[in-house]
Write a protein that binds this ligand. Structure first.
Ligand SMILES: [Zn+2]
Length: 150
């Protein structure tokens, strides 16, 4: 569906003119555009305000559901690990993208590619330190509570 990708790229171009990063996304179901989004890091103080997430947020709010099964994402740029993960959680099955991660690196936007590489490493090799803190005996276990309720 070329028109959806054309719109995603157009959104990305408009966003650069508005002072933002070159990313736009269009969320589609049954060959119809449901929502669209642009990267809004420059205007919201929110690191998760990527184009794909903004498009998903609008759809989830509209549908009163976090499930987006049967939806297709058209993204002007290859999704970063955060957006890709959000799409896994939402149940999106197909993603079309235009600019690749390598194109983004060429443009000086190399973070997503770095994070993809970081995620290939074992936990101890990553630049974010992750320290396991087991539950103290006296505290109620929320995982156990969840298990009992479901
Ligand atoms: Zn992203």
């Amino acid at each position: 569906m070329d028109q959806f990708m054309e719109r995603a790229v157009e959104l990305a171009t408009e966003n650069v003119r508005d002072g933002g990063e070159p990313f736009g996304a269009v969320l589609v179901k049954n060959d119809k555009q449901v929502t669209e989004g642009v990267n809004e890091l420059h205007s919201r103080f929110d690191i998760t305000a990527h184009a794909e997430i903004q498009a998903m947020r609008k759809a989830q709010k509209m549908m009163h559901s976090h499930v987006l099964q049967g939806y297709t994402m058209y993204a002007s740029g290859e999704p970063c690990p955060m957006c890709l993960t959000a799409m896994y959680f939402a149940g999106i099955e197909t993603i079309y993208y235009c600019a690749t991660s390598e194109d983004a690196v060429d443009a000086g936007l190399g973070k997503a590619k770095n994070i993809y590489e970081e995620l290939q490493k074992s936990k101890d090799g990553r630049s974010i330190e992750m320290i396991h803190m087991p539950l103290k005996d006296a505290q109620e276990d929320p995982m156990q509570l969840w298990k009992e309720r479901s």
